[in-house]
Design a binder for this molecule. Structure first.
Ligand code: SF4
Length: 322
Protein backbone atom coordinates (compact mmCIF):
# COMPACT_ATOMS: atom_id res chain seq x y z
CA UNK A 1 0.00 0.00 0.00
CA UNK A 2 1.26 3.44 -0.88
CA UNK A 3 1.68 6.19 1.67
CA UNK A 4 -0.15 9.48 1.38
CA UNK A 5 0.59 12.88 2.89
CA UNK A 6 -1.88 12.00 5.69
CA UNK A 7 -0.26 8.67 6.63
CA UNK A 8 1.28 8.48 10.11
CA UNK A 9 5.02 9.17 10.15
CA UNK A 10 7.34 6.19 9.88
CA UNK A 11 9.77 6.68 12.75
CA UNK A 12 12.88 4.46 12.76
CA UNK A 13 12.58 2.14 15.77
CA UNK A 14 15.54 1.59 18.05
CA UNK A 15 15.92 -2.16 18.29
CA UNK A 16 18.12 -3.97 20.78
CA UNK A 17 19.45 -7.17 19.26
CA UNK A 18 21.52 -10.18 20.24
CA UNK A 19 24.73 -9.53 18.29
CA UNK A 20 24.95 -13.05 16.85
CA UNK A 21 21.63 -12.51 15.02
CA UNK A 22 23.30 -9.83 12.92
CA UNK A 23 26.11 -12.19 11.92
CA UNK A 24 28.73 -11.13 14.48
CA UNK A 25 30.99 -14.11 15.29
CA UNK A 26 30.40 -13.95 19.05
CA UNK A 27 28.95 -17.37 19.84
CA UNK A 28 30.71 -19.85 22.10
CA UNK A 29 32.06 -21.68 19.03
CA UNK A 30 33.17 -18.51 17.25
CA UNK A 31 30.18 -18.67 14.93
CA UNK A 32 27.01 -16.65 14.53
CA UNK A 33 23.30 -17.15 13.85
CA UNK A 34 22.63 -14.45 11.29
CA UNK A 35 18.92 -13.91 10.74
CA UNK A 36 18.30 -12.73 7.18
CA UNK A 37 14.99 -11.02 7.93
CA UNK A 38 16.52 -8.95 10.73
CA UNK A 39 19.76 -8.14 8.96
CA UNK A 40 18.55 -7.62 5.38
CA UNK A 41 14.86 -6.73 5.41
CA UNK A 42 14.38 -4.96 8.73
CA UNK A 43 17.92 -3.59 9.03
CA UNK A 44 17.49 -0.68 6.59
CA UNK A 45 14.49 0.61 8.57
CA UNK A 46 15.71 0.44 12.18
CA UNK A 47 18.63 1.54 14.33
CA UNK A 48 20.16 -1.52 15.95
CA UNK A 49 21.74 -1.52 19.40
CA UNK A 50 23.79 -4.71 19.57
CA UNK A 51 24.44 -6.56 22.81
CA UNK A 52 26.25 -9.85 23.43
CA UNK A 53 25.94 -10.42 27.18
CA UNK A 54 28.44 -13.30 27.32
CA UNK A 55 31.16 -11.34 25.51
CA UNK A 56 30.39 -8.22 27.55
CA UNK A 57 30.94 -10.02 30.85
CA UNK A 58 34.34 -11.07 29.51
CA UNK A 59 33.83 -14.74 28.62
CA UNK A 60 35.67 -14.33 25.30
CA UNK A 61 35.17 -16.08 21.96
CA UNK A 62 35.41 -19.00 21.50
CA UNK A 63 34.55 -20.13 25.04
CA UNK A 64 33.33 -23.18 26.94
CA UNK A 65 29.54 -23.54 26.90
CA UNK A 66 27.41 -22.37 29.82
CA UNK A 67 24.12 -23.85 31.02
CA UNK A 68 21.12 -23.07 33.20
CA UNK A 69 20.55 -25.29 36.26
CA UNK A 70 17.35 -25.41 38.24
CA UNK A 71 17.79 -24.10 41.77
CA UNK A 72 15.75 -23.90 44.96
CA UNK A 73 14.62 -20.47 43.73
CA UNK A 74 12.23 -21.44 40.91
CA UNK A 75 12.38 -18.11 39.05
CA UNK A 76 16.13 -17.92 39.25
CA UNK A 77 18.06 -20.86 37.80
CA UNK A 78 21.83 -20.78 38.13
CA UNK A 79 24.03 -19.98 35.15
CA UNK A 80 27.12 -22.17 35.31
CA UNK A 81 30.21 -22.94 33.29
CA UNK A 82 31.23 -26.27 34.74
CA UNK A 83 31.71 -25.60 38.45
CA UNK A 84 31.95 -21.83 37.99
CA UNK A 85 28.70 -20.04 38.91
CA UNK A 86 28.17 -16.96 36.72
CA UNK A 87 24.65 -16.09 37.89
CA UNK A 88 25.46 -13.00 39.96
CA UNK A 89 27.97 -11.75 37.39
CA UNK A 90 25.40 -11.96 34.60
CA UNK A 91 22.58 -10.52 36.69
CA UNK A 92 24.68 -7.54 37.79
CA UNK A 93 25.76 -6.91 34.20
CA UNK A 94 22.17 -7.22 32.97
CA UNK A 95 20.81 -4.75 35.54
CA UNK A 96 23.40 -2.16 34.51
CA UNK A 97 23.05 -2.79 30.77
CA UNK A 98 19.25 -2.75 30.82
CA UNK A 99 19.26 0.54 32.77
CA UNK A 100 21.54 2.01 30.08
CA UNK A 101 19.30 0.66 27.31
CA UNK A 102 16.30 2.30 28.95
CA UNK A 103 18.15 5.61 28.73
CA UNK A 104 18.39 5.00 24.97
CA UNK A 105 14.60 4.50 24.83
CA UNK A 106 14.62 1.30 22.83
CA UNK A 107 11.38 0.42 21.12
CA UNK A 108 11.97 -3.32 20.98
CA UNK A 109 14.41 -6.17 21.37
CA UNK A 110 15.23 -9.13 19.11
CA UNK A 111 16.70 -11.95 21.17
CA UNK A 112 18.46 -15.19 20.30
CA UNK A 113 16.22 -18.15 21.09
CA UNK A 114 17.43 -21.10 23.18
CA UNK A 115 20.40 -19.20 24.65
CA UNK A 116 21.11 -19.47 28.41
CA UNK A 117 21.73 -15.71 28.35
CA UNK A 118 19.40 -14.32 25.66
CA UNK A 119 16.63 -16.95 25.33
CA UNK A 120 13.15 -15.67 26.12
CA UNK A 121 11.57 -19.01 27.07
CA UNK A 122 13.22 -22.07 25.57
CA UNK A 123 16.80 -22.26 26.81
CA UNK A 124 18.04 -25.65 27.98
CA UNK A 125 17.25 -26.04 31.67
CA UNK A 126 18.86 -28.84 33.65
CA UNK A 127 16.44 -29.91 36.39
CA UNK A 128 17.48 -30.87 39.90
CA UNK A 129 16.84 -34.53 39.00
CA UNK A 130 19.01 -34.27 35.88
CA UNK A 131 16.20 -34.07 33.32
CA UNK A 132 16.79 -31.57 30.54
CA UNK A 133 13.90 -29.38 29.38
CA UNK A 134 13.63 -26.47 26.95
CA UNK A 135 11.89 -24.18 29.43
CA UNK A 136 14.63 -21.89 30.67
CA UNK A 137 14.70 -18.12 30.48
CA UNK A 138 18.15 -16.76 29.70
CA UNK A 139 19.50 -14.65 32.55
CA UNK A 140 19.91 -11.45 30.52
CA UNK A 141 16.47 -11.93 28.92
CA UNK A 142 14.89 -12.55 32.33
CA UNK A 143 16.26 -9.28 33.75
CA UNK A 144 15.30 -7.41 30.57
CA UNK A 145 11.70 -8.66 30.73
CA UNK A 146 11.31 -8.06 34.46
CA UNK A 147 12.69 -4.50 34.31
CA UNK A 148 10.94 -3.63 31.04
CA UNK A 149 7.72 -5.60 30.62
CA UNK A 150 6.31 -3.11 28.04
CA UNK A 151 9.18 -3.60 25.63
CA UNK A 152 8.33 -5.32 22.32
CA UNK A 153 10.47 -8.45 22.70
CA UNK A 154 10.67 -11.40 20.33
CA UNK A 155 13.15 -14.03 19.22
CA UNK A 156 14.11 -15.36 15.82
CA UNK A 157 11.80 -18.35 16.17
CA UNK A 158 8.86 -15.87 16.39
CA UNK A 159 9.99 -14.63 12.98
CA UNK A 160 9.34 -18.05 11.46
CA UNK A 161 5.61 -17.46 11.95
CA UNK A 162 4.30 -14.78 9.52
CA UNK A 163 1.35 -13.68 11.67
CA UNK A 164 3.57 -13.27 14.73
CA UNK A 165 6.20 -11.40 12.70
CA UNK A 166 3.53 -9.04 11.38
CA UNK A 167 2.19 -8.43 14.90
CA UNK A 168 5.66 -7.76 16.35
CA UNK A 169 6.62 -5.37 13.54
CA UNK A 170 3.32 -3.53 13.93
CA UNK A 171 3.98 -3.15 17.66
CA UNK A 172 7.62 -2.13 17.13
CA UNK A 173 6.86 0.68 14.68
CA UNK A 174 3.83 1.83 16.70
CA UNK A 175 6.00 2.05 19.78
CA UNK A 176 8.49 4.22 17.87
CA UNK A 177 5.66 6.54 16.79
CA UNK A 178 4.52 6.73 20.41
CA UNK A 179 8.01 7.77 21.50
CA UNK A 180 8.12 10.48 18.81
CA UNK A 181 4.55 11.76 19.30
CA UNK A 182 3.96 15.49 19.70
CA UNK A 183 4.08 16.60 23.35
CA UNK A 184 1.20 16.98 25.77
CA UNK A 185 -2.38 15.83 25.69
CA UNK A 186 -2.86 17.02 22.11
CA UNK A 187 -0.06 14.72 20.97
CA UNK A 188 -1.53 11.79 22.87
CA UNK A 189 -5.00 12.44 21.44
CA UNK A 190 -3.60 12.59 17.91
CA UNK A 191 -1.66 9.37 18.43
CA UNK A 192 -4.78 7.67 19.73
CA UNK A 193 -6.90 8.87 16.82
CA UNK A 194 -4.43 7.50 14.28
CA UNK A 195 -4.23 4.11 16.00
CA UNK A 196 -7.92 3.54 16.62
CA UNK A 197 -8.35 0.77 14.06
CA UNK A 198 -5.09 -0.94 14.88
CA UNK A 199 -6.35 -1.13 18.46
CA UNK A 200 -9.82 -2.26 17.38
CA UNK A 201 -8.30 -5.10 15.35
CA UNK A 202 -6.31 -6.32 18.35
CA UNK A 203 -8.03 -5.45 21.61
CA UNK A 204 -11.40 -3.61 21.40
CA UNK A 205 -11.80 -3.70 25.18
CA UNK A 206 -8.49 -1.86 25.62
CA UNK A 207 -9.49 0.64 22.92
CA UNK A 208 -12.52 1.49 25.08
CA UNK A 209 -10.38 1.75 28.21
CA UNK A 210 -7.93 4.07 26.46
CA UNK A 211 -10.79 6.21 25.21
CA UNK A 212 -12.09 6.55 28.77
CA UNK A 213 -8.60 7.39 30.04
CA UNK A 214 -8.23 10.21 27.51
CA UNK A 215 -11.80 11.35 28.13
CA UNK A 216 -10.83 12.26 31.69
CA UNK A 217 -8.55 14.91 30.19
CA UNK A 218 -5.91 14.68 32.88
CA UNK A 219 -2.66 15.75 31.21
CA UNK A 220 -0.18 14.28 33.66
CA UNK A 221 2.68 11.82 33.53
CA UNK A 222 0.46 9.08 34.96
CA UNK A 223 -1.99 9.39 32.05
CA UNK A 224 0.80 9.05 29.47
CA UNK A 225 2.38 6.18 31.36
CA UNK A 226 -0.93 4.35 31.76
CA UNK A 227 -1.71 4.88 28.08
CA UNK A 228 1.68 3.47 27.07
CA UNK A 229 1.24 0.37 29.22
CA UNK A 230 -2.24 -0.40 27.92
CA UNK A 231 -1.34 0.38 24.32
CA UNK A 232 1.70 -1.92 24.41
CA UNK A 233 -0.37 -4.66 26.01
CA UNK A 234 -3.03 -4.33 23.29
CA UNK A 235 -0.46 -4.58 20.51
CA UNK A 236 1.19 -7.61 22.04
CA UNK A 237 -1.82 -9.58 20.73
CA UNK A 238 -1.67 -11.35 17.39
CA UNK A 239 -4.94 -10.25 15.79
CA UNK A 240 -7.57 -12.86 15.04
CA UNK A 241 -9.55 -13.08 11.82
CA UNK A 242 -12.70 -12.16 13.73
CA UNK A 243 -11.26 -8.95 15.11
CA UNK A 244 -9.65 -7.98 11.83
CA UNK A 245 -13.00 -8.54 10.13
CA UNK A 246 -14.77 -6.32 12.68
CA UNK A 247 -12.23 -3.56 12.11
CA UNK A 248 -12.56 -3.83 8.32
CA UNK A 249 -16.36 -3.62 8.51
CA UNK A 250 -16.17 -0.60 10.82
CA UNK A 251 -13.94 1.16 8.31
CA UNK A 252 -16.13 0.03 5.42
CA UNK A 253 -18.87 2.10 7.04
CA UNK A 254 -16.95 5.30 6.20
CA UNK A 255 -17.02 4.66 2.45
CA UNK A 256 -20.06 2.42 1.90
CA UNK A 257 -22.54 5.20 1.14
CA UNK A 258 -20.26 6.57 -1.59
CA UNK A 259 -19.75 3.26 -3.40
CA UNK A 260 -21.65 2.01 -6.43
CA UNK A 261 -23.54 -1.13 -5.52
CA UNK A 262 -21.23 -3.38 -7.58
CA UNK A 263 -18.16 -1.96 -5.81
CA UNK A 264 -19.86 -2.19 -2.43
CA UNK A 265 -20.68 -5.85 -3.10
CA UNK A 266 -17.09 -6.58 -4.13
CA UNK A 267 -15.71 -5.03 -0.96
CA UNK A 268 -18.21 -6.75 1.33
CA UNK A 269 -17.53 -10.09 -0.38
CA UNK A 270 -13.79 -9.71 0.07
CA UNK A 271 -14.15 -8.90 3.79
CA UNK A 272 -16.50 -11.84 4.26
CA UNK A 273 -14.22 -14.17 2.28
CA UNK A 274 -11.33 -13.10 4.49
CA UNK A 275 -13.45 -13.60 7.61
CA UNK A 276 -14.33 -17.12 6.57
CA UNK A 277 -10.72 -17.96 5.81
CA UNK A 278 -10.91 -18.25 2.03
CA UNK A 279 -8.53 -15.41 1.22
CA UNK A 280 -5.79 -13.48 2.98
CA UNK A 281 -6.01 -10.10 4.67
CA UNK A 282 -4.15 -8.30 1.89
CA UNK A 283 -7.10 -8.47 -0.51
CA UNK A 284 -9.81 -6.68 1.54
CA UNK A 285 -7.24 -4.36 3.16
CA UNK A 286 -5.89 -3.23 -0.22
CA UNK A 287 -9.35 -2.89 -1.72
CA UNK A 288 -10.52 -0.79 1.21
CA UNK A 289 -7.38 1.34 1.04
CA UNK A 290 -8.03 1.91 -2.66
CA UNK A 291 -11.47 3.38 -1.88
CA UNK A 292 -10.22 5.35 1.12
CA UNK A 293 -7.74 7.05 -1.18
CA UNK A 294 -10.25 7.43 -3.98
CA UNK A 295 -12.76 9.24 -1.75
CA UNK A 296 -9.99 10.90 0.25
CA UNK A 297 -11.65 10.05 3.54
CA UNK A 298 -9.69 12.22 5.97
CA UNK A 299 -10.17 10.03 9.04
CA UNK A 300 -9.19 6.74 7.44
CA UNK A 301 -6.32 8.24 5.43
CA UNK A 302 -4.49 8.93 8.68
CA UNK A 303 -5.08 5.48 10.21
CA UNK A 304 -1.91 3.54 11.03
CA UNK A 305 -3.91 0.38 10.32
CA UNK A 306 -3.12 0.62 6.62
CA UNK A 307 0.59 1.39 6.88
CA UNK A 308 1.77 0.24 10.32
CA UNK A 309 5.36 -0.40 9.13
CA UNK A 310 7.36 0.16 5.93
CA UNK A 311 5.47 -1.60 3.12
CA UNK A 312 8.82 -2.85 1.77
CA UNK A 313 8.79 -5.45 4.55
CA UNK A 314 6.08 -7.22 2.53
CA UNK A 315 4.46 -8.73 5.61
CA UNK A 316 0.84 -8.31 4.59
CA UNK A 317 1.40 -10.62 1.62
CA UNK A 318 3.21 -13.17 3.75
CA UNK A 319 0.28 -13.51 6.18
CA UNK A 320 -2.03 -13.74 3.20
CA UNK A 321 -0.20 -16.85 2.09
CA UNK A 322 -0.24 -18.38 5.58
S1 SF4 B 1 22.92 -15.66 22.19
FE1 SF4 B 1 23.38 -13.78 23.28
S2 SF4 B 1 25.14 -14.30 24.56
FE2 SF4 B 1 24.96 -15.92 23.02
S3 SF4 B 1 26.30 -15.25 21.36
FE3 SF4 B 1 24.26 -14.48 20.87
S4 SF4 B 1 24.27 -12.42 21.72
FE4 SF4 B 1 25.97 -13.49 22.67
Amino acid sequence: MERTDSSPPLIRPRLGVSSCLLGRPVRYDGGHRRDDFLADQLGPHVDFVEVCPEVEIGLGTPRPTIDLYESDDPGRPRLRRGEVDLTETMETFAETRVAALKELELDGYALKARSPSCGLRDAKLIRLDGRVEREGKGVFARVLRSRWPDLVAFDESDLEEPAVTEARMTALFARARFRARPPGMAGLQEFHRRHKYLLLSRAPEILRELGALLGRGEDCEETHRRYETLFCFALSNVPTRGRQTDALFHMFGYVSSKLESIDKRELVDSIEDYGSGHIGLAIPARLLWHWVRHFEDPYLLEQAYFLPYPPELGLLDSISAA
